[in-house]
Write a protein that binds this ligand. Structure first.
Ligand code: ACO
Length: 432
């Protein structure tokens, strides 16, 4: 079979090259133009990677036009309904759903790694009482790599796997300790006799002086939230993890880079920003004025939780979250019903407004996720930390896939230089 190609011709010189078209199992084909510089002396310019595939991957697929999200081929709707977060972790890491025996071994393995080194726990005290939890998370996860000399060699698959398990196991403990430190309560140690999510909830909310009352509705909502946020192919934070990892740095420090990237309001920080926006709007009658501001190019305010680089349709995760949000708020008797009503009305108005229709701006995962986290009593500034706990498996699965690639090369984007051409140094006495 002949290879399909795209011909690229430099019209200045008339020189051409044939670039192979590579087809994946789903999604648009790509032009493999890696010989472009060698053959024609040209780079490609694609700021923000709008049209550039940075790697090959078998983990997650998104069809942004149709609103489809698959983890290892399985639709997100089926996983959210039928799976558990640890099972999704197994799937993302190893490529297949586990048998009952494999799942038991995986769960036991996770349980063996939920504790933090006591030295690491001292790190928390170094932070100001009002530090942003994401600043603490970047620091503590970065520091993790200093504690495990037994798994530093990334050329050893067992070391990589141990690091992946440690990360998934310790993230809830690290996150819950951040919350406890900031509210001035005692750290609660992990319990390995209960579910991953149940353990996370008890570390967040129990206190040593009384028994903790588990709430199944709350646990289920958090479980689904973790599943929905577990991976999302080559987004900004995952690409950061991959780029850092391409230098063969330790996975924990690469993940710390991913966490720093996730913090921004254009990425994972949006869930926090959505709640602040809804609180500011306060009541449905103020929505038209805010819609006007969101559309005004002179005003930097954006409709947070709307729009996505890839989804030009309803984000499938937002659809699932919207459903559980409704049920959770009813059952938990949350005081946030009013904010949910503002959110639904805001969505309705935006989706019928030409500005949002023309630009294909739909609710993304963050539009309703903050309402769930708020109903679970998770403080606003912890929202992105919860997202990071969920995404840690995606980061480490993507890192593992990259590190196993025998053709791995350090990532090194090029640039179009637009600064000064060569010029001579002028001594200070002669400068005007
Ligand atoms: N409110 C108002 N206008 C918007 C919004 C928004 N939320 N999002 C995009 N637009 C407009 C832009 O102003 C632009 O208009 P123009 O063509 O007239 O200049 C057009 O839609 C395209 O927007 P871009 O910024 O070019 O789209 P991009 O793909 O770069 O950005 C992003 C995607 C960052 C998510 C953007 O939609 C946004 O800022 N949304 C709000 C923040 C948010 O919810 N982030 C969470 C994303 S999901 C996640 O990371 C988990």
């Amino acid at each position: 079979m002949t290879q399909e190609t795209v011909t690229i011709t430099d019209n200045r010189t008339g020189k051409s090259i044939e670039c192979p078209i590579k087809t994946g199992t789903e999604g648009p084909a790509v032009i493999d133009c890696h010989t472009l510089y060698q053959e024609l002396g040209l780079f490609t310019l694609d700021p923000a990677f709008v049209t550039t595939a940075s790697c090959e991957s078998k983990i997650t697929f998104i069809d942004g036009d149709k609103g489809i999200l698959l983890y290892r081929g399985y639709p997100i709707e089926q996983l959210a309904k039928q799976s558990s977060y640890p099972e999704v972790c197994y799937l993302l890491l190893y490529g297949e759903l586990p048998t009952a025996k494999q799942m038991e071994a995986f769960t036991q393995n996770i349980c063996q790694h939920t504790l933090l080194h006591e030295g690491l726990v001292h790190f928390y005290k170094g932070f100001r009482h009002d530090a942003h939890p994401m600043a603490m998370l970047v620091g503590v996860v970065g520091a993790l790599s200093g504690y495990y000399p037994d798994a530093m060699d990334i050329s050893q698959p067992e070391h990589c796997n141990t690091s992946a398990i440690r990360l998934i196991a310790k993230m809830p403990t690290i996150a819950a300790n951040i919350h406890k430190y900031l509210v001035g309560q005692a750290y609660v140690y992990p319990r390995n006799d209960i579910s991953y999510v149940g353990n996370f909830m008890q570390m967040m909310f129990s206190v040593p002086s009384e028994p903790y009352q588990f709430n199944e509705t709350a646990n289920k909502a958090l479980e689904v939230m973790l599943i929905l946020h577990a991976d999302h192919e080559q987004n900004a934070s995952t690409s950061t993890v991959r780029l850092a990892g391409s230098s063969q740095a330790h996975p924990f420090s690469c993940v710390a880079g991913g966490i720093a990237t996730l913090w921004g309001p254009a990425h994972g920080g949006a869930n926090e920003a959505v709640i602040r926006m809804l609180q500011e709007i306060k009541t449905p009658k103020n929505i038209p004025e805010y819609i006007r501001r969101f559309k005004d190019k002179e005003d930097a305010t954006r409709l947070m939780g709307f729009g996505h680089r890839v989804y030009k349709n309803y984000d499938p995760r937002a659809k699932i979250i919207r459903g559980i949000c409704h049920d959770l708020l009813q059952e938990m008797g949350a005081t946030d019903q009013a904010l949910f009503e503002v959110a639904m009305e805001l969505e309705r108005i935006a989706l019928s407004d030409d500005y949002f229709i023309e630009r294909k701006l739909y609710p993304n995962v963050d539009f309703y996720s903050g309402l769930i986290l708020k109903a679970l009593d998770i403080p606003l500034n912890m929202f992105t930390v919860i997202f990071a706990v969920a995404r840690s498996v995606g980061w480490v699965a993507q890192w593992t896939e990259m590190i196993q690639d025998t053709h791995l090369k350090i990532g090194r984007p090029r640039q179009l230089y637009t600064g000064y051409q060569r010029r001579d140094y002028v001594p200070v006495s002669k400068r005007k």
